[in-house]
Design a binder for this molecule. Sequence first.
Ligand SMILES: O=P(O)(O)OC[C@H]1O[C@@H](O)[C@H](O)[C@@H](O)[C@@H]1O
Length: 326
Amino acid sequence: MVGRAHKPTALAATPGLAPQPTVTFSPDNTSVTAELPTGESVSVLLYGATVTSWKDSSGDEKLWLSTAAKLDGTKAVRGGIPLVFPVFGPPPSAPHPTANLPQHGFARTSVWEFLGKSTSESTPAEGAKAADDLSVKLDFGLSAASLSAETQKLWPFKFNLIYSVTLNPSTLTTSLVVTNDDDKPFDSQVLLHTYLRVNDISSVSIQGLSNSPYLDKLLSPQAQTSGPSDLTITQETDHVYSTPNGASDPVTVLENGKPRFVVTRDNLAQVVVWNPWTEKAAGMGDFEPKGGYKNMLCVEPGAVGTWQTLEPGDAFEGAQTISIAN
Ligand SMILES: O=P(O)(O)OC[C@H]1O[C@@H](O)[C@H](O)[C@@H](O)[C@@H]1O
């Protein structure tokens, strides 16, 4: 799909230097994988800059990916972390520049360019292993020029997106910078559509979304306010929370009362919680196994409550960090 003459390879081993992260391309050049010397890894498909895998040091997968997900660039990936831009959900029916775009926009169905990697290592705390501080960042880019002529016509703005995926031993950070390169303003929404892997949805609870205004996309009227209890998932769920303290409210996913993931946000005021449950999962051709809804929970930080209007030359940045809590 994407040719790349000079593939990055593992950094050369220098005697006396601590082992460094490796970055490798898949044989067909469609996906890039970074691995820390301690064994954690992350893989990103150039199609959509979709994170398709995040593993801890024991090889345990942290993201849910459908076994029927299309990874060949014919359809947005069902699972991992698809990237939503410039519109969340079905486009508005009222006249708006995003009105003709597909559901969740074009970022998740466009081929991104791999811009490079960087590594960092802070001074380790006394007694800590150097590798504990080691991180690797992969940068990806997408601009109007790389969209198909058809998509450029549907959304006629010059923009630049830089998506960075940073792997630390116990965290994954994904951040998006949107820059308006046009001479007119544009509106956009951003969402990081993270499919977390859980052992059993019936033992999951979610902290950090209580007493919060939210839209229930399955109900009319949609506007609701959550109660004081932790959220549990017992049926199809499609909620858009605007937490009281905005992006500074962390969201914790627990299983059997034990924290598994903590999601923190930067500049992303909303959190979508989505689980398709039985019927919706059954109706999605690329959702397999059908019982997979028991093993996934989408916790999706986003700026989707309103439109982010960017003036020419201005930029918007939003990020999530997912920490493994046990
Ligand atoms: O099937 P898609 O386009 O990937 O969307 C999956 C879900 O994504 C969620 O973010 C939306 O809130 C849901 O309404 C939607 O059904």
